[in-house]
Write a protein of this length. Sequence first.
Length: 373
Amino acid sequence: MHVSGSEHAFEEHLMRQALALARRGEGCVEPNPMVGAVIASASGDIIGEGWHEAFGGPHAEVAALSAAGTAARGGTLAVTLEPCCHHGKTPPCTAAIIEAGVTRVIVGTRDPFPAVNGGGLDELARAGVEVRVGVCEPETRRLIAPFRTLVEQKRPWVIAKWAMSLDGRVATSVGESRWISSEASREMVHRLRGRMDGILCGIGTALADDPLLTPRPAGPRQPLRILLDSLARLPLESRLVRTARDVPLLVATGPAAPTDRLRQLAAAGCEVWQSASADHREQLRELLVELGTRRLTNVLVEGGPTVLGNLADAQAIDEVWAFVAPTIIGGARSPAPIAGAGIALLASAAAIEVEHVDHPGGDLLVRGVVRHG
Ligand code: AOF
Ligand code: ZN
């Protein structure tokens, strides 16, 4: 069938609606991807909407099909992700689509999940359904970027967050760092925390700030708190340890951590994880693999500069939330957000694709994804 330019524009319009629906599942569907779907009748009216609302729940297409009922016959389905063709927690969406008599399916992007990965598209085509793939591809790919990282790289999507002064300092020369950013910025961080699977920080930050690393108020998820602490120095009186029986805390240590400290932390309710490697970067890599095995999809890293530096050197930062407060701290010894080895040549600098710029409480917030060269 010949499809005119205006039909393509209509299909993109449908896909943008499906994208907006999909985002409603953020924080509720992980480790599944967010997915949204819209059904239009042959005359172009929207007759069904749906999204994947929660892990284990119905898939987006099935929700949209049940909203449309028999009117779906002869209609067009727009779905942000390739429909699944496997029996997971629910039956395959392809079967439901074919059964409903939908004649055209437009798809945002392929499902990288090995049990699907093109199989859903083939099955629809074999059943005589017209299929168009790659509609709003940049947006639909971005939507599932954390899911794709988990499936393909077997580690979580890593979001690095920091708050710095206009001159790029995260603490004063004597180490004071609370609070550089505005209250509105800190509220945004708490909302972000509430949809994470993990919140990670280094022992330096834990010793300096005694953080809780919990979302306040609580969000849709209860993130695992993760502390990078090679030598198991975390004090038993710290707020992290004192709350460990109520909110899970994983203390990631190395081979040089004293055994009695490991025992004390475990006795206080912490989960102790020990890397076999003495190298900090290798420990971090192993930890990310461990978190991927546990199917953590999104992990927020809140510093400090050593942890962020090691992650940056390992090219393991996927997304950045940089809060810039309109203040000047100065001082040759005042730290910057990212330490580590850094890069020697600007040509090898990671580029940030800026997605949002906001001004919470007078700060500047730059959010974007990291494009490694
Ligand atoms: C779709 N539509 O709305 C979603 C899909 O365990 P299950 O049954 O929930 O299946 C999860 C897998 O199905 C997930 O890994 C991904 O490949 C796909 N997600 N597929 O057709 C949806 N959420
Ligand atoms: Zn499905």
